[in-house]
Design a protein around this ligand. Structure first.
Ligand code: CTP
Length: 407
């Protein structure tokens, strides 16, 4: 799961950028589109905005999101810069360090990997000036997705047609391969709600979708961690390559986590676990309605995180991370949970905001440790996941990996 800046420049192939954006999203990435003024002659920003669910950056100097220093802040948050289609003009600008619009300025500031998919007339493609610029970019580590040979929009037949979106997307995936900071570490993430069955047709559940937990799991896997997701009932599907264990109730989640605690370096408990469950378990038959009120007696379920904290005691492994969904006194209450449950980090979520938390793709959190508090303002859950995992990595640095034979 990554944040990708998709630069679109002025070529007939610009329409294919929509498919590139869709392909990246299908693989779980977040896309921010940047269109040059020539690109806007070929395709409208509205289309890209609707696909990416983000403002499309069209102007270096517009106020607000497109303000003149935006290329600096975006440059440090993106995981990759992709330019598709890339004209001979933008290739020339990138190669020679010209920064006269948002996209070309962004490429000078960012240290993220760059992928370019050129598209142009065959004679432009084979022109010595373009060839030299391409060689410069290659030497600098820019990944080029060469154009295909065929009939071009200008009527010529030859090399120059933009590569198919699928090839561009897989080139991006290649540059995003795990960066390795969690190689050799085993990670367990809980995600989603739990359902406590009342009878064969009814249950007590909650509004968690599991999106935040799955974003954390994908991020840990991207960094090379060996990740197991213990996932409550949700329609979301974990990213490819993650081992997942499906559970339904708080008791099942408890078992799934506890049996793996010895062989795990890092446990992130992002699931919204039921605190109460029907005292006598699920009734075997459907509860019929009566005339009066119905009284259910609920018993406390076991607190997985608190029990992990108690079991770990004063040891440093596994590193334990919990979440706290709060509506008020967010940091104070999170700190009380940190100490009460004996864990290393609580990610506190203000669930009273409509634009963050449950059922939306964004989150605003505060990371609370024994001696720090870090506010992470509203951003996509994938980005929040990166900040959380960055934080966790520094906690892990002081904990030795669990022995390989324990796995
Ligand atoms: N948790 C757990 N097992 C439970 C309940 C919660 O592991 N039975 C974990 C959650 O996954 C989360 C953290 O504990 O990481 C949340 O703590 P909790 O004290 O339950 O806080 P809230 O759910 O935010 O609610 P409350 O303030 O009502 O306690």
């Amino acid at each position: 799961m990554a944040l990708i800046a998709l630069g679109i420049t002025g070529s007939v192939g610009a329409y294919k950028s929509v498919e590139v954006a869709r392909g990246l999203q299908k693989r779980g990435h977040d896309v921010v589109a940047i269109m040059t003024s020539a690109a806007q002659q070929f395709i409208g920003p509205l289309t890209l905005g609707a696909i990416t669910h983000r403002n499309v950056i069209t102007d270096q100097f517009a106020s607000g999101l497109n303000s003149s220093v935006e290329h600096v802040s975006l440059a440090s948050t993106i995981d990759a810069l992709v330019v598709a289609p890339a004209t001979a003009n933008v290739i020339g600008k990138f190669a020679n360090g010209i920064a006269d619009d948002f996209l070309s300025s962004l490429q000078l500031v960012t240290r993220a990997p760059i992928v370019m998919a050129p598209a142009m007339n065959s004679n432009m493609w084979t022109h010595e000036a373009v060839a030299r610029n391409l060689a410069t970019l290659r030497e600098r580590g820019v990944h080029l997705v060469d154009p295909e040979t065929g009939e071009l929009a200008c009527g010529w037949v030859g090399p120059g047609r933009l590569a198919e979106p699928e090839r561009i997307v897989s080139a991006v995936e290649d540059v995003l391969r795990p960066v390795g900071s969690l190689l050799g570490r085993s990670v367990l993430v809980t995600a989603g709600p739990t359902y406590e069955d009342l009878d064969p047709v009814r249950y007590l559940g909650n509004r968690s979708t599991g999106r935040m937990g799955l974003a954390l799991a994908a991020e840990a896997a991207r960094r090379g961690g060996k990740v197991v997701v213990v996932l409550g009932p949700t329609s979301l599907v974990p990213a490819a390559g993650l081992e997942s264990v499906r559970v339904r109730s708080a008791a099942e989640m408890y078992e799934a986590v506890m049996t793996r605690r010895e062989s795990t370096d890092l446990m992130i408990l992002a699931a919204a676990v039921a605190d109460y469950t029907p005292e006598e378990g699920a009734r075997p038959q459907k509860i019929p309605k009566g005339d009066g009120p119905l009284t259910l007696t609920l018993a406390r379920s076991r607190d997985i995180l608190a029990d992990l904290g108690g079991w770990r005691g004063s040891r440093r492994t596994p590193v334990l991370v919990g979440f706290a969904a709060e509506t008020h006194e967010v940091v104070e209450r999170a700190r009380a949970k940190l100490l009460g449950k004996g864990v290393d980090l609580i990610v506190a979520n203000n669930v009273s905001r409509a634009d963050a938390g449950f059922e939306v793709d964004a989150n605003a959190v505060t990371l609370v440790t024994a001696d720090t508090e870090t506010a992470v303002p509203l951003r996509a859950k994938a980005e929040v996941a990166r900040v959380v995992v960055d934080h966790v990595e520094s906690l892990l640095a002081s904990a030795a990996p669990v022995a390989t034979e324990d796995r």
